[in-house]
Design a protein around this ligand. Structure first.
Ligand code: GLA
Length: 730
């Protein structure tokens, strides 16, 4: 009974909002619509007291209760902004270290903070923390992108202790959200079946998303998630946080429903086998965790991330991309100069901007005629290409298109001259049998000599062929037998691999800032905003079946913008070419087909489609995405890209089931248009000779009508994919 009264007393205390105690510091990290509020409590600990909608009057953040107590926080640390381990903490820490004297505990007290505008619409807040017992400091960084409602958050660790400090866990972000329930959508996959969503209600305790693959964050589990608060968010309703870690290696994201039923989120590099020895005066900077909060559903969250990515992250995110013809599925390893020059002409006939020569063009002692040999030996194969890459660049240019190549510079075949010359550059254990992923091994990018080699390979090719127009940078293996023969700190390998890769990419980008670079990884195993700092586009999956791609692209679209998504039309799927083309148009379109095998009608359709694409691509690449009907739960998929000015839109709809009379039975209400504007709807991408039922009707509709009543794109078993161009009428 006494406890009951105590509970009531606590409850009522909590229910009445209390102003901040004098001396308390409140740090509001705000964007246009979001706020993350950190309060320094009486003990000097930085705590998260709000994450969600921004209040109109920021003074009222002071009224927020200390940690949404629904019971007792024995530690006063449950809502820490960076939970230190080993002292009072009872839950998952963000930071775990062993100090130079062996002491395994930390405590982090607020020292000061500063806020400055670092670019137009970008405000950086830095919170300085220090351990009262040690010369050990942590900085928490929060970059708030005002217009995009995205917060980029990371930390850095530095000390001046007498000897090395062992960092055992060093998260990028530690957040705290109170809600009634939490619904996590995470994604899982494998080769050719990437990005399958799964939504679960989080229960008390921990749920962990992670990767231990070494060279890539995803493949099995990408580092991106949607977290709905209170109830599952829909496209246009509900509270949701879309989060992703910008790191291409082992990562860990933990969701902990704590004893107070609040959610603690900790995201960063995976501590697995990654203890980091931090020398005095050196700074360890963690990768960024990115998130956006939306109280109007997943659609808004995606649009926020897309806008942010195009403006601030992806090189030339607001620029152009090249359409291309790739020869991988058309020839595999079997080609020569003659075959290729014919393909250049085919590419030109089709109407693409560039020809991309895929795997198999290199290595002589162990020629790359299949995927067992030659990786690492980046010299043109003399038999296939006696006149070298330079000749091909010229021949392509003569045919009127640009030329690009495939590279996989982080990898090595066991049968290669590189391996023979530099066995100590290869990641493997001295006393264990080699184990291969796609018959190959990974180079030790934690070794500066290897970094130099990889840089030299790419720079060498680009210096020799200055008009080379494109590189597809592949990464087809994970790290087995993780061990570096040269790294003085064996447990640094995983971390320094990724840092080494970024160093190389940084140098390449400095020298070649506008070169289009495709991020590929045996399918979509490497799609993250760490790598997308350097790459203009990514390869979502080797699975290019049109139907499968609707799902794969749909799920990537929660986090990544269309301009960066390479969608190629191939023969993998058996759908008509129109279907495959329509699907590929929902991003950066390319081809991987034998053009000469297209019949007359298919060729004419494709040539026309490329022209249509060049007219509408800016709406797709730069527009706002509205997902209308999800293929996950319907027999149809439908989505719309709307230009920022709301004067143009491109609307894609597909039939994804095959039951009798499935399709668009009724008008579909559109989104994102301007209610006051008038629009005309025109079907595009029809096969030559096909009459569109849509184009017979020349009505003009208001945005209000289209968004309230809707429009039927007439999708059925005969019209399995429909692309409609919506244009404003004056
Ligand atoms: C990976 C890529 C493919 C192709 C092959 C070449 O699987 O995803 O597109 O480039 O490698 O070996």
């Amino acid at each position: 009974m006494r406890n009951f009264f105590l509970f009531l007393a606590l409850f009522s205390l909590n229910a009445v909002a209390r102003p901040t105690a004098p001396g308390n510091t409140q740090i509001a990290i705000e964007t246009q619509r979001t706020a993350l509020v950190i309060r320094v409590n009486k003990e000097g600990d930085p705590t998260v007291v709000h994450l969600g909608k921004r209040l109109q009057n920021s003074a009222e953040y002071g009224l927020l209760s200390d940690n949404n107590k629904r019971g007792e926080d024995y530690t006063n640390l449950y809502n820490s902004a960076y939970t230190p381990a080993g002292s009072r903490n009872l839950l998952e820490p963000a930071l775990q270290v062993a100090h130079a004297d062996g002491n395994p505990s930390s405590d982090l007290k607020y020292v000061r903070h500063e806020t400055k505008t670092v670019a137009d619409g970008v405000v950086l807040t830095t919170v300085f923390l220090k351990d009262p017992q040690y010369p050990f400091e942590v900085k928490l960084f929060y970059k708030a992108y005002q217009n995009e409602d995205v917060i980029e958050q990371w930390s850095s660790i530095r000390h001046t202790e007498k000897k090395t400090v062992r960092l055992q866990k060093y998260a990028s972000a530690n957040l705290y959200v109170p809600a009634k329930n939490y619904y996590l959508t995470h994604f899982h996959g494998d080769w050719a079946r990437e990005m399958n969503p799964q939504e679960i209600q989080l229960t008390a305790g921990l749920k962990v998303l992670d990767s231990k693959l070494g060279t890539r964050a995803d493949l099995f589990q990408p580092p991106s998630f949607l977290l709905s608060l209170n109830k599952p968010a829909e496209e246009e309703t509900g509270e949701v946080i879309a989060g992703t870690l910008a790191w291409s290696g082992n990562y860990q994201i933990q969701f902990e429903v704590d004893p107070l039923q609040n959610l603690r989120l900790i995201a960063g590099i995976n501590p697995y086998a990654s203890e980091y020895m931090l020398a005095p005066d050196k700074e360890f900077v963690t990768p960024a965790f990115l998130f956006t909060y939306s109280n109007s559903g997943k659609g808004q969250a995606s649009r926020n991330l897309h806008r942010w990515a195009r403006k601030f992250r992806i090189p030339q995110g607001e620029g152009n991309r090249l359409t291309l013809l790739n020869n991988w599925e058309a020839t595999y390893f079997d080609f020569n100069e003659e075959k290729l020059t014919t393909l250049f002409k085919d590419g030109k006939k089709l109407g693409v901007d560039l020809f991309l020569l895929d795997d198999g063009w290199f290595a002589n002692k162990y020629p790359r005629n299949d995927d067992h040999t030659g990786l690492g030996d980046w010299q043109e194969n003399k038999q296939k290409l006696p006149h070298g890459l330079g000749y091909l660049v010229k021949e392509a240019e003569k045919a009127g298109i640009k030329f690009g190549i495939w590279l996989e510079p982080e990898m090595v075949s066991p049968k290669s001259e590189l391996y023979e010359k530099h066995p100590d550059w290869v990641i493997k254990l001295p006393n264990r049998a080699e184990y291969y992923f796609r018959n190959q091994l990974v180079l030790d990018l934690s070794n500066p000599k290897v970094q130099e080699f990889v840089y030299g390979v790419v720079d060498g090719i680009l210096t020799k062929n200055p008009t080379l127009g494109y590189i597809k940078w592949d990464c087809n293996a994970v790290i087995y037998n993780a061990f570096s023969a040269t790294n003085p700190n064996p447990t640094h390998l995983y971390v320094e691999y990724v840092q080494g890769l970024y160093k190389v990419l940084e140098r390449l980008r400095a020298k070649y800032p506008t070169l289009p670079l495709m991020l590929c990884s045996g399918g979509g195993g490497r799609v993250d905003y760490g790598a997308l700092n350097y790459f203009t586009e990514f390869w979502p999956s080797d699975n290019t079946d049109g139907l499968e791609r609707i799902f794969i692209q749909w799920n990537y679209s929660y986090f990544f913008p269309a301009i960066a998504m390479c969608n190629h039309i191939t023969d993998w799927g058996k759908q008509p070419i129109k279907f495959r083309t329509d699907v590929a148009m929902m991003g950066k379109l390319g081809y991987d087909i034998v053009v000469s095998k297209l019949d007359e009608k298919e060729l004419a359709f494709s040539q026309q489609a490329l022209q249509t694409y060049s007219r509408v691509k800016d709406v797709i690449w730069q527009g706002d995405l509205f997902r209308l009907i999800s293929p996950q739960t319907n027999d149809m998929a439908s989505l719309l890209y709307v230009s920022e000015k709301q004067d143009k839109a491109v609307w894609f709809s597909y039939l994804v089931g095959n039951r009798y009379r499935e399709g668009s039975m009724a008008p579909i209400p559109l989104k994102g248009l301007n209610p006051g504007k008038k629009y005309k709807i025109q079907e595009v991408n029809t096969m030559p000779g096909d009459n569109s039922p849509i184009n017979r009707n020349q009505a003009v509709y208001s945005g209000d009508y289209l968004m309230t009543v809707g429009f039927n794109p007439v999708v059925d078993a005969r019209r399995t994919s429909v692309v409609l161009e919506i244009s404003e009428q004056n």
